[in-house]
Design a protein around this ligand. Structure first.
Ligand code: NAD
Ligand code: WQD
Length: 339
């Protein structure tokens, strides 16, 4: 498996994965509509690696473009990151989410089928477990009911891909359920660049630390957790990216349909995150306790054993590196990729 189409390859997780693919000498073709990114991340990836990827600007819902990409390159497998991911926005604009995430994936799979490409790695999410009935979360637990259209779209794609495999075992499908990505490449050249007010904890903390935001709202301190604040399994984006290279190796072994958690197995509370960030950055992160955010769960962390056994993958970087690398990225690029 040498030639990989990466949809959404200029986004946060995509850019870190493309970097590792190039370093490992894969031939990389990217398709991205820049709805949440730009080509600046790719320029930086090429600067770091000294290697080039082919970039198509366009949409996974565009069948003619997909056919063009597949006819211009002999693609062995697809890593499918492209999609929308803002939970709150998905509640307000559900059709936009189903169209991008569900229909977009359906369209991609149709084009893959038409071009005899049967290998796909899909970006799923721990959100498919819904409100955890037991912890840590392992892959054999039944999927739950995600509380928002974003999460539902991820679950629906998982179900669609499972049906596709059932109908034709020629497909090789790896579903990767990410926990909470954080951190950035240690160069400080690429990282997460959210539009507007960040929804996620780590980018919010880094923007408070640079003075761009006044304080962090901690959404509830009355959960049944170590200090009452929400607990999550934060995973370094480079570890996550590496999970995709391991998943490609699995596709070569004729994976069938397989599902893996990509998490560390270790949960940290919001206040533990703040404390670690303050320690490594030397910056104060003022915060206020505010009411719980709708749809949040108390705690969510992975059982990562299956990925270790089946892929030979484990997360290597800890919370300290996630905070250090996020801070380096944010302080070197206070406006993200915008000059
Ligand atoms: P991101 O927004 O940085 O990257 C997504 C990329 O896809 C962007 O570059 C965007 O421009 C592109 N894109 C969106 N819709 C497209 C379309 N219709 N056609 C072509 N390109 C399109 O997000 P990310 O954090 O890198 O996430 C990547 C994937 O991982 C997403 O599918 C996301 O749902 C999933 N995921 C993310 C997280 C997280 O917390 N970041 C957690 C679990 C799963
Ligand atoms: C983490 C913790 C918050 C912001 C979401 C999506 C999930 C996946 C990852 C894409 C929680 C608390 C946060 C803030 C806070 N996305 N928090 N103040 O909610 O676990 O997961 O992103 O696939 O589908 O739901 O991540 O970073 O938003 O929150 O107190 O300003 O930080 O309550 O406990 P979450 P998060």
């Amino acid at each position: 498996m040498k030639s990989i189409l990466v949809t959404g390859g200029t986004g946060y997780i995509g850019s870190h994965t493309v970097l590792q693919l190039l370093e490992a000498d894969y031939k990389v073709v990217i398709l991205d509509n820049f709805s949440n990114s730009s080509d600046e991340s790719l320029k930086r990836v090429q600067e770091i690696t000294g290697k080039k990827a082919d970039l198509y600007e366009g949409d996974i819902r565009d069948t003619a473009l997909l056919n063009k990409v597949f006819s211009e390159h002999k693609i062995d497998g697809v890593i499918h990151f492209a999609g929308l991911k803002a939970v709150g926005e998905s509640v307000e604009k559900p059709l936009m989410y189903y169209e991008n995430n569900l229909y977009g994936t359906l369209n991609l799979c149709k084009a893959m089928q038409a071009n005899d490409v049967n290998n796909i790695v899909f970006s799923s999410s721990a959100t498919v477990y819904g409100d955890p009935t037991e912890l840590p979360l392992h892959e054999n637990l039944p999927t739950g009911s995600p509380t928002n259209p974003y999460g539902q779209s991820k679950l629906m794609v998982e179900l669609m891909l499972a049906d596709l495999y059932k109908a034709n075992n020629k497909w090789n499908i790896v579903l990767l359920r990410y926990f909470n990505p954080a951190g950035a490449h240690p160069s400080g050249l690429i990282g997460e660049d959210p539009n507007g007010i960040p929804n996620n904890l780590m980018p919010f903390i880094t923007q408070v630390a640079t003075g761009k935001r006044e304080y962090l709202s901690v959404f509830g301190d009355d959960y049944d957790t170590v200090d009452g604040t929400g607990v999550r399994d934060y995973i370094h984006v480079d570890d996550l990216a590496n999970g995709h290279l391991k998943a490609l190796a699995k596709l070569e072994d004729k994976a069938g349909l397989v599902t893996y958690n990509l998490g560390t197995g270790q949960g940290y509370s919001v206040l533990e995150m703040v404390t670690m960030f303050e320690q490594v950055s030397g910056q104060k992160v003022p915060y206020k306790i505010t009411p719980r955010r709708g749809g949040d769960v108390a705690a969510c962390y992975a059982d990562p054993k299956l990925a270790a056994q089946a892929l030979g993958w484990t997360a290597e970087k800890g919370l300290k590196e996630m905070c250090e690398d996020s801070w380096r990225w944010q302080s070197n690029n206070p406006n993200g990729y915008k000059a």
